[in-house]
Design a binder for this molecule. Structure first.
Ligand code: F6R
Length: 262
């Protein structure tokens, strides 16, 4: 496995909602390199790892690094189990705007992840409540998530846990905020409006992961990072609740860290 260790330019240890580790990198490529290296080391140590995966803009270079490692034969994902965080309500896994389709395009179709170990929420399930319960059970049956990847919304959301989501929330149907609908519109390929509801793993479901990596890229994420890391720990910024987890690492580029105390 090629080891292109991406060194953070700075790590923050004080004035944080501890116990978080916060590493700031020179650019988004170095963040992606550090995250993908962590994934590769996890899989090397435990080939049958359970990964929690996110969609959106932030993980694209990470998934590109995973595809590249697979093609170089530096990594195999054939024993890995995955659980994605969320899905738009009403969209089937075949819909081009579904997160399932995104995952196929970005990662699954180009690597050796095995279909029977890929877990995706079904946005078009007849009964989303039952779908949510079955997903929680599947995570438990897989032995829990070893390594959870998260992005952060402009409003501090994690998964689709919008502000106001409680720390004990589980996988469930949620209504998306105006901020999220607006932020996600540009990524729609076939729809002219973002579905107003989604199904998402809850905050409690996320906090049960053994280890969490949360990634933020770009100055538009700077305010959410400031609130999550140096503001009040409360429901108005769901990512601030990560401070209650013992093994969370934040990986930011310089722009996303611009408001954090140096
Ligand atoms: C995606 C997800 C969201 C995103 C967040 C950031 O599965 O759960 O919480 O991680 O909205 O999205 P990007 O990376 O597009 O800025």
């Amino acid at each position: 496995m090629r080891n292109t260790a991406m060194k953070p330019v700075r790590s923050l240890e004080s004035k944080l909602n501890l116990p978080a580790n916060v590493h700031i990198f020179a650019n988004s490529q170095d963040v992606a390199g550090a995250v993908s290296n962590r994934i590769f080391s996890q899989i090397k140590r435990k080939p049958a790892s359970v990964l929690g995966l996110a969609t959106g803009e932030t993980p694209r270079p990470i998934y590109a690094a995973m595809r590249a490692a697979y093609h170089r034969q530096d990594a195999s994902f054939s024993h890995v189990t995955t659980f994605n965080l969320d899905e738009y309500a009403g969209l089937s896994n075949d819909h081009p705007d579904s997160f399932a389709a995104y995952m196929r395009r970005e990662l699954f179709a180009h690597t050796d992840f095995q279909a029977e170990r890929i877990n995706l929420l079904k946005g078009d399930a007849e009964n989303l409540h039952m779908e949510a319960g079955a997903y929680e059970n599947a995570i438990k049956a897989a032995g829990g998530i070893d390594l959870q990847l998260l992005g952060i919304g402009l409003n501090g959301h994690i998964g689709f846990n919008e502000p106001g989501s409680t720390a004990d929330s589980r996988t469930r149907t949620v209504r998306l905020s105006e901020a999220t609908l607006t932020a996600n519109l540009p990524s729609m390929t076939a729809l002219s409006a973002v579905p107003s509801q989604a199904i998402t793993m809850g905050i409690a479901s996320i906090l049960e992961a053994k280890e969490i990596l949360i990634i933020a890229i770009g100055s538009r994420k700077a305010r959410a990072c400031l609130r999550a890391l140096q503001g009040q720990q409360d429901l108005s910024c769901p990512a601030s609740l990560l401070a209650t987890h013992a093994n969370v690492t934040w990986l930011l580029d310089e722009d996303a860290s611009e408001f954090l105390d140096r």
